[in-house]
Design a protein around this ligand. Structure first.
Ligand SMILES: [Zn+2]
Length: 65
């Protein structure tokens, strides 16, 4: 699966779980880039990391709890 698709999948999961698929933390994979410049930064530096909040939530989702 391509990296980009994984990002979309994560967003879909978080949307189901929280109703909020985006994050304000620019280091978070779910960072909601409002401008093209931020979008590029997010793709360059966002990587595979979640912020602390989403990290915890991802763990909960993946363990089904
Ligand atoms: Zn986040």
């Amino acid at each position: 699966m391509e990296h980009k698709q994984k990002g979309y999948l994560a967003q879909a999961l978080f949307f189901c779980a929280t109703g909020e698929p985006f994050c304000d933390n620019r280091n978070c994979r779910l960072f909601n880039a409002h401008r093209q410049e931020e979008m590029l930064l997010a793709q360059l530096h966002g990587g595979d990391d979640f912020c602390e909040y989403h990290e915890r939530m991802a763990a909960r989702i993946s363990t089904g709890g």
